[in-house]
Design a protein around this ligand. Structure first.
Ligand code: 0A1
Ligand code: ZN
Length: 880
């Protein structure tokens, strides 16, 4: 394993930049093998660090994979002794505090498979510069606290009629040799990570938005011609986002044009480059025929997320990459609230909490565990994590809960006003929240620096004579790598109490409140409620008011009671989850002790009541009837026994399916939609419950049920219903039937990359034995492209990260398969390789046999030769 380049960078070593760049003038002559990049930088000594009569320090410019052609200062070629090319960049000695630097470099976009810097996607040029990709374009102080005004000229052959960059188009023409030339100017100073360039033969749709101050903004969405019919939903989502940010945060868009480009090859979801967002096609393009409801909702939230970054990220940016959650945590919180306002608030919360509990909690308990503001890293790309994004958003949400909505808005107004045009820190964000409100968030700040998921233990007592009910809450955060001796956090816990008849109790006579926020700040604390006439049932951590694991010993009957009576829809769902988890744990114990598995009666009863409750929102019913995923069950603590989890979950599913078959059938038919597809919250809710019913019906295994699925598949009314029917047929039909349906589907959709990705995902996710062999075949399928991250995610991650059953098959071949794929991918795309290895990093949590197998797979990677810095960091930390 290579470690020569794997240097650890520490937050405590942060130093302000020696030089600033006031203006950046770039020119590109595009060519797949030899793109010429000329950069002219107006540079000056940073006055904040300059000393009187100092010797000027050398100027450091980051650079990677660049061919240096020339360096000039103030128009004169710099002699070779004035600069040194080192690994990772260029060091220049300067003799004046202010000068113009011109650097010419050559790069080869065609050879760039890392998808960082300038690369080609289906022949179209595009860039990805966050976090440190700009250094693959030209030598530059590639750090977010160097903010510059950019002018960009692009020259390309006439076969690239669309030439885009940030800001406003200020000039265009043709060169003497007949190439096209366009110049863009971005008036807002920005760090290099927000730079973008796109060149291609693209079509676009156009719309406009009138801002709150009456300015007209042109909106354009660019795609390859074949996808032009899939832009409408993203455009609508963009307009909704722009309006929402004005209404909820008072933020107006600032340029005259806002562009989005869809590209097929992209490492992440999308990127917020100033005025020119670049999106993974899968996160922006949709039509009812080709995209599922989940895709429609994902698009709405990602379009919003990138748009919201214009303020939380671009106008106010990060001082250094340790502050990444400053923009990401805040922006995820903003997009989650937007989605909640556009759709069902409870469902959105349930989805976000599920992701957090399943994957972020696992990250927080694994070898890569880090605080929301990490204090060290080897490769920053490895820190675009669920902790920085999702837990970071929970931290912002807690500030919102602690301060209340009006005070939070005062804080965000102050934050934007104080720091507009600046590169700042998480501390600055919290300070603005405090200063705007005279609040004290001193202890709360620990959420930014302390890793690990806190565990809360709750006990209660009721004193009938005094009419007092007390909660004793203890908190404790487990040790994480490099962090021992955790301190108590400030944890807001939203609580309600239910009376015996299910009605909510008044908790504070004066205000007449039905719920309160308890502020847990000590290791153990007591909270007493007076005037409680009989023993109540507590509804704890409503809306998941803090990212913690909460333990309270509810009986099955109490959980069923909460499922029916809690006024907080999130906690109704959560009670159902707890009931499921309890049943699944009992089944696992039976499995491990070799007993016959017993019918999970309480769970079936609870599910029956949910299905019978006509007043419940169908979306919530669908969420309640979904058993926790195997991964989520694995996160409950204790040694993970994959076989026991799978056996318990499959048994419970089949028992529910059989016991409630009639109800599922009635509900299925009642929910059939005889109207055109629309991605509204109500219609999505109906489809999700209908398809949940279909899945259980097929799990029960009757021929009638499979016929229903076949009918739904063949009607092909929309991709949500078609894909759900196909998934059920693949899972529960015979091998031959499944094969036939899969073939038919591929025949119909092979021209559509996105649907082919769905097709891949349906197969890699199948719990049927033989999936690994199928996945191995799919990798050789002509539609599979190892250089396309979406395909890799559909096939390889679909198997290794979303198919617990087959990935953990007993012979360990799933693990070896993943190791081999990771080794191969690391040569092409280190970011993707380092993400894909995640399931192997948790080896310590498993039972001895699996643990040894997973460890061996990780070892295989570690001794396979030279690893990228990305993969090296994850593998070496996991083997420690
Ligand atoms: N800032 C983007 C995410 C992003 C990060 C890194 C990327 O390439 C390595 C690409 C996108 C967002 O939060 O949407
Ligand atoms: Zn973001």
């Amino acid at each position: 394993m290579k470690d020569s380049q794997a240097r650890t960078i520490y937050l405590k070593d942060y130093q302000a930049p020696d030089y600033l760049v006031d203006h950046t003038d770039l020119s590109f002559e595009l060519d797949p093998h030899a793109t010429l990049v000329k950069s002219k930088l107006k540079i000056r000594r940073n006055p904040a660090v300059a000393q009187a009569n100092e010797t000027l320090p050398p100027l450091w410019l980051d650079g990677a994979d660049l061919e240096l052609l020339s360096v000039s200062i103030n128009g004169e070629l710099l002699p070779a002794h004035r600069y040194q090319q080192r690994a990772g960049g260029l060091s220049l000695s300067t003799d004046a505090p202010e000068f113009e630097l011109e650097v010419h470099t050559r790069i080869a976009p065609e050879a760039n498979t890392s998808l960082e810097g300038l690369y080609l996607s289906n022949g179209m040029y595009c860039t990805q510069c966050e976090a440190e990709g700009f250094r693959k374009i030209t030598f530059y102080p590639d750090r977010p606290d160097v903010m510059s005004v950019f002018t960009t000229t692009i020259v390309a052959p006439a076969s690239y009629p669309v030439l885009l960059s940030n800001g406003n188009k200020v000039d265009s023409g043709t060169t003497e040799d007949g190439r096209l030339r366009v110049t863009w100017e971005d008036p807002f100073a920005k760090p290099s990570y927000l730079f973008a360039l796109v060149a291609g033969d693209l079509q676009h749709v156009e719309d406009s938005f009138t801002t709150c101050s009456g300015r007209e903004v042109k909106l354009q969405l660019f795609t390859e011609a074949r996808n032009i019919g899939k832009c409408a939903h993203a455009m609508t989502s963009l307009k909704h986002s722009m309006r929402w940010d004005e209404e909820v945060y008072g933020r107006e868009y600032d340029l005259d044009i806002f562009m989005i480009v869809a590209v097929d090859h992209f490492n992440m979801g999308a990127m917020e480059n100033k005025g020119l967002n670049i999106f993974n096609s899968a996160c922006v393009l949709a039509s009812p025929e080709t995209a599922t409801d989940a895709a429609f909702q994902r698009i709405e939230s990602i379009v919003a997320h990138e748009y919201f970054h214009n303020w939380s990220g671009n106008r106010v940016t990060c001082r250094d990459w340790f502050q990444l959650s400053l923009k990401e945590g805040f922006t995820v919180f903003r997009d989650a609230e937007f989605s909640a306002d556009m759709n069902s608030r409870a469902v959105k919360r349930i989805e976000d909490v599920t992701l957090l509990r399943t994957s972020q909690f696992a990250e927080d308990a694994g070898p890569m565990s880090h605080p929301v503001r990490p204090d060290s890293y080897m490769e920053i790309s490895n820190f675009y994590t669920l902790t920085v994004y999702e837990k970071g958003a929970e931290v912002v949400r807690m500030i919102h809960t602690i301060l209340g909505p009006e005070a939070f808005r005062r804080g965000s107004d102050l934050y934007f006003e104080r720091h507009d045009g600046c590169a700042v820190t998480c501390e600055d964000f919290v300070a603005a929240m405090e200063d705007a409100n005279g609040a004290d968030l001193k202890q709360f700040r620990r959420w930014y620096s302390q890793a690990g998921t806190p565990v809360l233990d709750v006990e209660d007592t009721y004193n009938e004579a005094l009419g007092e009910y007390s909660l004793t809450i203890r908190q404790q955060t487990p040790e994480t790598p490099g962090q021992k001796g955790k301190l108590p956090l400030h944890i807001p816990i939203t609580v309600g109490l239910l009376a015996e008849d299910g009605s909510p109790l008044r908790l504070d006579d004066a205000a007449g409140q039905m719920e309160v926020v308890l502020h847990l700040t000590e290791a153990s604390q007591n909270f007493t409620f007076a005037g409680i006439a009989s023993r109540p049932l507590p509804s704890l951590l409503r809306g998941f008011s803090a990212p913690v694991k909460l333990r309270y010993d509810y009986s099955s009957a109490q959980l069923q009671f909460l499922m029916q009576h809690d006024t907080d829809p999130f906690n109704r769902w959560d009670a159902c989850q707890r009931l499921s988890i309890n049943s699944l744990q009992t089944l696992q114990q039976q499995y491990r002790s070799g007993e016959a598995l017993q019918q999970p009666a309480a769970l079936i009863e609870g599910y029956a009541a949910v299905l019978d409750d006509a007043a419940l929102d169908p979306a919530l019913v669908a969420k309640m009837l979904a058993l926790p995923s195997a991964q989520e069950i694995a996160e409950q603590g204790g040694e993970i026994d994959a076989a026991a989890i799978i056996a318990a979950r499959t048994f419970a599913r089949d028992a529910i399916a059989t016991a409630l078959a009639e109800r599922f059938l009635t509900r299925y038919h009642a929910l059939e939609q005889h109207k055109p597809y629309s991605p509204t919250a109500e219609d999505i809710a109906e489809r999700s419950l209908k398809n949940t019913c279909l899945f259980y019906l097929c799990a029960a295994g009757s021929a009638d049920a499979l016929a229903l699925a076949k009918g739904q598949f063949e009607r092909g009314e929309n991709m949500t219903d078609t894909a759900a029917a196909l998934a059920a047929l693949v899972e529960f039909g015979t091998e031959t039937q499944a094969e036939g349906f899969l073939q038919a589907f591929y025949q119909q959709w092979q021209q559509d990359t996105q649907v082919v990705e769905t097709w891949f995902g349906l197969q890699s996710g199948s719990a049927k034995f033989g999936t690994l062999e199928r996945v191995q075949k799919l990798i050789a399928h002509p539609a599979f492209e190892v250089k396309n991250p979406n395909k890799v995610r559909a096939v390889i991650a679909g198997f290794a990260m979303r198919n617990f059953t087959q990935f953990h098959r007993a012979d360990g071949s799933g693990y070896t398969f993943l190791a081999d794929q990771v080794i191969a991918l690391d040569k092409l795309n280190p970011q993707i390789a380092a993400r894909l290895v995640t399931p192997l990093t948790r080896w310590k949590k498993y039972r001895a046999q699996e643990s040894a197998q997973i460890h061996a797979a990780l070892q295989k990677i570690s001794v396979s030769g030279e690893l990228s810095r990305d993969l090296y960091e994850v593998v070496s930390k996991s083997l420690e």
